[in-house]
Design a protein around this ligand. Structure first.
Ligand code: B12
Length: 438
C-alpha cells in the first residue's frame, strides 16, 4: 500500500499561512513526528512524508491512505486537508494531541482517529484497512516495548542539515494543569535503551541536535548513563534538551559536569512564573521560585545556557505581574526567554476547568498558539494580558539587550553550539515582532 503522512502548515499569531521558503527548508525546526510514523509502518508499505512547512502538498498524490498529524493550533488546517483528500475519494486517518482529545470533532473530517501513541495501533489500522474493516476510533494502547521501536526514518528528512532531533523518553509523571503530555500519555513513562539512542545519535548526519523528550531530567540515573555513554564513545556532538527546575537546581555536580562533557549546550526550562502562588495553582509544585536564579548560575558555571519559559495569565496573575517578571528576570542571567500566554489545550485539566466556568471565549483553534488570548483571565482583562506579554517580549528582545545577552552566552558556552542560544534571540525577536506586532 502507498501511505502519505502529512504535517499541516503552521499559522503563527495573526499572520497568514506562509509557503515553504528556502530559509525555512535550511533552518527550520526539526520535526520528528512523520519520520517516526514512517519508521513504525511495516516495511511492506511504501511511505511518503510531506511537512507542509517545508514541502508542497499535492492533493493528487498517488496514495491509498493519508495519515495527518494534529496539534491544536494545526487542527483547522488539518481538517481542510482531510476534507480535500476525502473529496477525492481518499481514506484519511488522523492522529496526535488534538484529535485524541476531541475525536468526535475530528471524525467530521476523517474516516478514522487514532488516539494516543501509535506504536501499537498504527499496524492494526493498516491491517484493518486492508481487510476493509477500518474502525472509526482506535483507542489508546500504550502497551508496547519501546526497545523494539525502530529509529526514525532519517532518509526521509529533507530539511535543516544543521539541526537534528531525537527522542529518548516518552511521557511525564507530573500533572501540570496546562500541559497536554500527561493527559495524552496517561502518566505512562518509557525510556529507550541507551545503546540504541547513542547508536542513533552517532548515525545522525547533524552535529547539533535537539532532544525532543518531555524532559531529560525524568530519571537522573538514566540521563547520567546516557551522558556517560556519549562521553565513552567519544560522540562529540552538541545538543539541547528540556529539563525541570527541581532536578537541575538540586542535581549533584557530577550530573551537570557529565551533561556538559556529553555535549549539552543549553537546557530549556519551564519556569512558568516568578509567582509561587501561580505555580501552586497550576500544580507545578516542583518549581520553587527561590531556586530559579541559583539554577541559572549553576548551569552557566558548567558552560550551559538556559532558555526559560514563562507563562502569563494564571488566576494569581494581576496586572503588575509583567513588570515584576521583567524586573526579576533582568536580575537573572537568562540566555533566551519563551514568553507564552496561558493556553487551555483540549484534553488538559486547565481546559476542563475554564470550559466548565464558561471562561473560554473562542474555540477557533488557530488562535491556540500561546501568543493570543482565548479565555477570560481572572484578575485582568484579555487586552491587559495581551499587552503585558507584548511589553515583556518587546523589552526582553530589544536589540541592545540581545547583543549584551548574546555576547555573554557566546563566552559562557563552548564550541559551535554556543551560537544556537545566541541566534535563538534573533529568531524569537523576529517571531514576537510579528506575533505581538511591535
Ligand atoms: C519538540 C516539540 C516542539 C518543537 C517541534 C514541534 C514539532 N511539531 O515537532 C517546537 C519547539 C518547535 C514546538 C513548538 C510548539 N509546540 Co511543541 N512539543 C514538542 C514536544 C516536546 C515533542 C514533540 C515530538 O517530537 N514528539 C515525538 C513524536 C514522535 O511524537 P508525536 O508527535 O506525539 O507523535 C505520536 C503520537 O502523537 C501519534 N500521532 C501523531 N500524529 C499522528 C498521525 C497519525 C496518522 C497517527 C496514526 C498517529 C499520530 O503517534 C506518534 C507516535 O506515537 C511535545 C511534547 C511531547 N513530548 O510530545 C510538545 C508539544 C507537542 N508541543 C505543544 C505545543 C502547544 C507547541 C506550540 C503550540 C507552542 C508554542 N509556543 O507555540 C508550538 C506549536 C508548533 C507546531 N504546531 O508544531 C503541545 C501540544 C498540545 C496541543 N494540544 O496542541 C505539546 C504536547 C507540549 C505540551 N506540554 O503540552 N514543540
Amino acid at each position: 500500500m502507498k501511505i502519505l503522512f502529512v504535517f499541516p502548515k503552521i499559522r503563527h499569531g495573526s499572520s497568514t499561512y506562509s509557503d515553504p521558503g528556502a530559509w525555512k527548508i535550511v533552518f527550520g525546526y526539526p520535526i520528528i513526528t512523520l519520520p517516526h510514523l514512517a519508521a513504525i509502518t511495516p516495511d511492506k508499505h511504501e511511505v511518503k512524508i510531506v511537512n507542509e512547512n517545508y514541502d508542497t502538498l499535492d492533493y493528487d498524490e498517488d496514495a491509498d491512505i493519508i495519515g495527518i498529524t494534529t496539534y491544536t493550533m494545526t487542527a483547522p488546517r488539518a481538517y481542510k486537508i482531510a476534507d480535500e483528500f476525502r473529496r477525492r475519494g481518499k481514506t484519511v486517518v488522523m492522529g496526535g494531541y488534538h484529535v485524541t482529545a476531541l475525536s468526535e470533532e475530528a471524525l467530521e473530517h476523517a474516516d478514522c482517529v487514532v488516539q494516543g501513541l501509535a506504536e501499537v495501533t498504527w499496524t492494526k489500522v493498516l491491517e484493518d484497512f486492508e481487510k476493509g474493516k477500518l474502525k472509526r476510533i482506535y483507542e489508546r494502547d500504550h502497551e508496547f516495548d519501546i526497545s523494539k521501536v525502530p529509529p526514525l526514518r532519517r532518509d526521509l528528512i529533507t530539511h535543516n542539515p544543521f539541526l537534528g532531533a531525537i527522542q529518548t523518553t516518552k511521557g511525564c509523571p507530573h500533572t501540570c494543569e496546562f500541559c497536554a503530555i500527561s493527559s495524552f500519555c496517561g502518566h505512562m513513562v518509557k525510556q529507550r535503551p541507551i545503546k540504541d539512542v547513542v547508536e542513533e545519535i552517532k548515525k545522525m548526519p547533524n552535529k547539533i541536535f535537539v532532544i525532543h523528550d518531555p524532559h531529560l531530567t525524568l530519571n537522573k540515573k538514566y540521563a547520567k548513563e546516557l551522558f556517560k555513554e556519549l562521553i565513552r564513545q567519544k560522540v562529540h556532538k552538541q545538543w539541547v534538551a528540556n529539563g525541570t527546575t527541581d532536578v537541575l537546581a538540586t542535581a549533584d555536580d557530577t550530573f551537570l559536569d557529565l551533561a556538559r562533557k556529553a555535549g549539552c549546550v543549553e537546557w530549556f526550562v519551564g519556569f512558568e512564573s516568578v509567582n509561587q502562588a501561580a505555580l501552586i495553582e497550576t500544580h507545578k509544585t516542583h518549581n520553587k521560585v527561590e531556586n530559579f536564579s541559583k539554577l541559572i548560575d549553576r548551569l552557566h558555571n558548567y558552560n550551559m545556557a538556559v532558555q526559560g519559559g514563562i507563562i502569563f495569565g494564571f488566576d494569581h496573575d494581576t496586572p503588575d505581574v509583567f513588570d515584576t517578571t521583567l524586573e526579576t528576570i533582568n536580575q537573572w542571567n537568562m540566555d533566551v526567554l519563551e514568553i507564552n500566554i496561558l493556553t487551555p489545550y483540549p484534553g488538559t485539566k486547565l481546559f476542563e476547568k475554564l470550559d466548565k466556568a464558561g471562561r473560554i471565549f473562542t474555540k477557533d483553534w488557530t488562535h491556540y498558539n500561546q501568543v493570543e488570548v482565548v479565555f477570560e483571565p481572572k484578575n485582568m482583562t484579555a487586552e491587559e494580558l495581551m499587552h503585558g506579554a507584548r511589553k515583556v517580549a518587546k523589552e526582553f528582545y530589544s536589540i541592545d539587550k540581545i547583543i549584551k545577552r548574546g555576547t555573554r552566552t557566546i563566552t559562557t558556552v563552548k564550541g559551535i553550539g554556543r551560537f544556537k542560544p545566541a541566534l535563538s534571540n534573533f529568531a524569537f525577536r523576529k517571531y514576537y515582532k510579528r506575533d505581538f506586532n511591535f
